[in-house]
Write a protein that binds this ligand. Structure first.
Ligand SMILES: [Zn+2]
Length: 130
C-alpha cells in the first residue's frame, strides 16, 4: 500500500513538473525550480546571455562614441550653430545621448558626455561644450 502511494505520488509529481533544460531542451529531473539539466548547460546558457548583453552594450557604446566624435569635430570652438542635415550626413544618431539638461527658461540640451546640442529654428542646432 505504501509503495503504491509512493509510486503514484512520484509519477504524478513528474508529470506536473514537465520542464525542459533552457539550454539543451532535455527533460529536467529533480527539484521543481531547476532550470538546467546540468552545470555545463547552466554555464553555457549564462555565458551566451552575458555575451548578448555585452554585444548590445558594445554596439551602443560604439554609437555613443561616434556621436561624441561627430559633435567634437563639428564644434571645435566649443559653441557653434549647424544644420540638422549636417549632423545627419555625418551619421549622427539622435536617439543616443547620455544626459538631458533643461534650463530655467525651458530650453532642452541633449548631451553626449560633455558635448551638447540644442534644437533651434530652421532645422538647426546649437552645439555647446559643458
Ligand atoms: Zn541541458
Amino acid at each position: 500500500m505504501f509503495l503504491f502511494f509512493y509510486y503514484f505520488y512520484s509519477t504524478s509529481n513528474k508529470n506536473v513538473m514537465n520542464k525542459t533544460c533552457l539550454e539543451c531542451q532535455d527533460k529536467i529531473v529533480g527539484r521543481e525550480d531547476k532550470k538546467f539539466c546540468s552545470d555545463g548547460c547552466r554555464n553555457a546558457y549564462n555565458n551566451k546571455m552575458n555575451k548578448d548583453q555585452t554585444n548590445l552594450m558594445r554596439n551602443i557604446n560604439n554609437k555613443l562614441r561616434k556621436n561624441y566624435r561627430i559633435l567634437t569635430e563639428l564644434n571645435p570652438e566649443e559653441k557653434t550653430k549647424i544644420t540638422k542635415n549636417k549632423l545627419m550626413s555625418k551619421g549622427f544618431d539622435f536617439d543616443l545621448i547620455t544626459s538631458i539638461y533643461t534650463t530655467k527658461t525651458g530650453n532642452i540640451y541633449y548631451f553626449v558626455y560633455d558635448q551638447g546640442y540644442l534644437a533651434v529654428e530652421n532645422e538647426s542646432y546649437v552645439l555647446v561644450k559643458k
